[in-house]
Design a protein. Sequence first.
Lengths: 173, 163
Amino acid sequence: MRRRLLIGIGALVGLGTAAAAWVRLGAGGPVQPFPGGWLRGDLQAEAPADWDFAAAEAYLDVESRAGLLPYSATVWFQVHEGRIHLLLPSLFGDGLQRRLERDPRIRVRVDGRIWELEAVRVEGDEVLGALVGPMMRRQLAIDLGREVTRLPATQRPAGVDMWVYRLESRRET
Amino acid sequence: MRRFLLASALAGLACGPWGPQGILAGGPLLGSAEPTLDARACADEVSTVAVETRSGWLSHSVSVLCIESGGRLYLPARRGSEKRWVRNALERRSVRLEMDGRIFAGEASRVTDPAESAEVARRFVEKYIGLEAPDARWLLDPPARGDDRFDVWLLRIDPPESA
């Protein structure tokens, strides 16, 4: 009886491992809420000059190849002045952010099409309200108001941050 | 072979029905509740807490975000009207929480007061986003037709004796 129970548990774990491997490597992208591997889609030769069309999407699928394996995730984003800005709260982990710091090259997928871009960190507070405000309102029903500043690191809980990246065409950087 | 099966069994235990496991819901929280609800246990370093609610004889526990504001404890819930734990908490009022390794009992109620929720919103933005937004406020009324924001409910957890 115990042997059969252990075999059953082992089979379940095996199935779970296989499913996790498929999600991580074979699904063609992230399977919410889990990160995935390669993004499946049609690679585009040139990036558009204006990304306003992407604002119709609720979230953005992105892929980094900074590590041994491709890493894709579904992320918050905002189109501001025609450029895609990734909004990465530490609340969801720092997997993508660590990879972008290592290698800023990134792929994004919109409507089945893939573009190869480069992520540039945005540090200042000038556009923070314009970038983070709409996303906070939509995702968390919080209206930030007009005045939004980043807390100094010493006043934030350890590890808490909102990383913002502007995506540029690779040839521009 | 024995080591593999033992490892599999141990891995299976991690998914057992005793408290939530990450994003997976769980069953009852193990342990006795402390005599007094300590909202400060939801410190800035505590990212999530486990909340256990009951429906009939079934216990249901999930991991949720928490905010301490003015000595009181608040739990936000995105799509609150659809969440089982929110429904249970507001129907039966009594909940159990695990915060920072400690178990507490409490009574849940829904926050709708704009002034109260505004301060909680500011604390949430500081704690989880690292931003200062003195004019922040939580939009707790149902979104109007065409508004794409999520319907967020805010629950306050009070000590059981304050019911």
